[in-house]
Design a protein around this ligand. Structure first.
Ligand code: ZN
Length: 84
């Protein structure tokens, strides 16, 4: 299951975010400051999936499993528009 950056919408494997990035990168990621791809860079347009990820994170809090499962459902429901 994937998680999505709340700034740029970049997809990341759940395991990567929880175990393979540094603690600082992880805090920035969850605080919405950016992922390893976009932190410190200008993001011209925050994609819809990034807004969805942010809203669902507010809803699920520390339940990262629930968040990842819900994002997978959102991707299936929205089809190609998920990636616009
Ligand atoms: Zn990002």
């Amino acid at each position: 299951m994937d998680l999505y950056c709340k700034r740029c919408g970049e997809p990341y494997d759940y395991y990567h975010i929880q175990h393979e990035i540094t603690a600082t990168e992880r805090r920035r990621y969850w605080d919405g400051e950016g992922c390893p791809s976009c932190y410190g860079k200008t993001v011209d347009k925050t994609p819809f999936r990034a807004h969805v990820a942010g809203a669902l994170q507010d809803l699920f809090g520390d339940d990262v499993d629930g968040l990842a499962a819900e994002m997978e459902d959102a991707e299936q429901m929205m089809g190609s528009s998920f990636w616009e």
